[in-house]
Every structure is written in structure tokens, then in C-alpha cells.
Ligand binder design. Structure first.
Ligand code: SF4
Length: 218
């Protein structure tokens, strides 16, 4: 892929007051031979974004370097065609807001960050969408009897065990359908005898056989 590099430097958010943005543009154009280099006072506004989109649509650039704020901010604004590679250079937090204003070392730091971003954009490949099928096998971590009963059926499942058996495999495959645990089928007999039903006791009393319990007062 023939790289057409576009470097966009934002001077907003106090960047322009701390760093010589024209010196940065010289690094991009003279040293790194970027065919397109623009400085904008507010790159994330509609005017700045439409300048970038315009360059992409007219085929002037296909690799972008956005030098401004942290790549964690304005992510929705700086989202372009997936076939256009892009690197964002953090001049705001890493340089302007955290180093001495208009200092020679600060200027050199900003230039180095910009050079790194340019090389990254030149060597990066566009992202390809992941097109493999999605696995239907599920992993159950700490799956005891209860966990297994809650699994959707029929599904292949890998049961993770935190006490691996002798074979050393922490995960064991459970075939679908997953069998019910054995303790559900076998029921232990109760250790206490059942009391006699109340109706039988009444019948015995009416027949004159009396209660099994004697009255002490009589
Ligand atoms: S938020 Fe980022 S892109 Fe917008 S003005 Fe500030 S540094 Fe520039």
C-alpha cells in the first residue's frame, strides 16, 4: 500500500502556548516528507474534522497522524474510514500540560513524539475485520454440580477445575447433553422412624383399646 501521509497538528487546549507548532510542522514536512501537514487551532471541531475528511475523500492522504490530545479523548470525533491508518500523538497531556512551557527540552520531546507517530503510521497496516466463525463451546469456571445444572442445553462445555486431576488438565470437556449429577437420583433413607397417622390413633380410642399414652390421674 502506497502511504500518503497527512499530519494534523492541533494548537488548542494550550498546546500552541507551550510548544512551537510551526517547528513541529517543519519536522513533518522537511524531515519526514509528509505531503500534507496542517495546523489547526481547534482540530476536534467540525471545521477541523471536515478538513481531514476532505483530504481522505480526495485521495490526498491514507495514513494520518493526529497530534493533539490523548488518544483516549475525542475517540468518536477522530474516527475515519477503517482502511485509513491513524496514530494519535499525545502532545497535550504528555508534553504541553506536564513539561516546562517553551523550553528547549519540551520542544525536543514534542518533536520526538511526532517522529514516532509518523513512523508508526507509515508502518501500520489497516485493520482487517475478524471473519472466523464464533465458537459455541462455553467455559465454566468453578463448575460444580449446581453450575452444571444451570448450563444451557445442548451445548459442549469445558469445565474448569481448580483441583486438576493427575493428568494435569485443568479443563475437562463435558459432552452434550450434560448429565445430571448422581446425587439427584440417589436419596439417602431418613434415620428417624415415621410417627403413626392421627386417624389410626382415633380409631383405636373409639374401639376401646385406649390410647397408647395412659392418663396418670385415672
Ligand atoms: S480536545 Fe484535542 S483536538 Fe480538541 S482542541 Fe483540545 S487538543 Fe485539540
Amino acid at each position: 500500500m502506497d502511504r500518503k501521509l497527512g499530519v494534523y497538528i492541533c494548537s488548542g487546549c494550550s498546546i500552541g502556548e507551550s510548544i512551537d507548532v510551526n517547528a513541529l510542522a517543519n519536522v513533518a514536512q522537511d524531515e519526514c516528507k509528509a505531503p500534507v501537514c496542517r495546523i489547526h487551532p481547534f482540530l476536534c471541531c467540525e471545521d477541523g474534522l471536515s478538513a481531514i475528511r476532505n483530504d481522505i475523500e480526495h485521495g490526498e492522504v491514507n495514513a494520518l497522524v493526529i497530534a493533539g490530545c490523548s488518544p483516549r479523548s475525542k475517540t468518536d470525533a477522530f474516527r475515519f474510514d477503517s482502511q485509513v491508518v491513524m496514530d494519535r500523538v499525545n502532545l497535550r497531556e504528555h508534553v504541553a500540560w506536564s513539561h516546562e512551557t517553551n523550553n528547549e527540552d519540551t520542544k525536543m520531546l514534542a518533536e520526538d513524539y511526532l517522529r514516532m507517530g509518523i513512523v508508526k503510521s507509515q508502518k501500520m497496516e489497516p485493520l482487517e475485520p475478524f471473519s472466523d466463525g464464533i465458537s459455541k463451546t462455553i467455559l465454566v469456571v468453578g463448575g460444580g454440580g449446581r453450575g452444571r445444572r444451570r448450563l444451557p442445553l445442548p451445548r459442549r462445555a469445558l469445565l474448569y477445575r481448580d483441583d486438576p486431576p493427575d493428568d494435569g488438565h485443568a479443563a475437562a470437556e463435558i459432552p452434550a447433553p450434560i448429565p445430571r449429577p448422581a446425587y439427584r437420583r440417589a436419596r439417602a433413607p431418613s434415620p428417624r422412624p415415621r410417627p403413626p397417622p392421627r386417624r389410626a390413633a382415633l380409631r383405636r380410642a373409639r374401639a376401646g383399646r385406649g390410647s397408647r399414652h395412659r392418663c396418670r390421674a385415672a
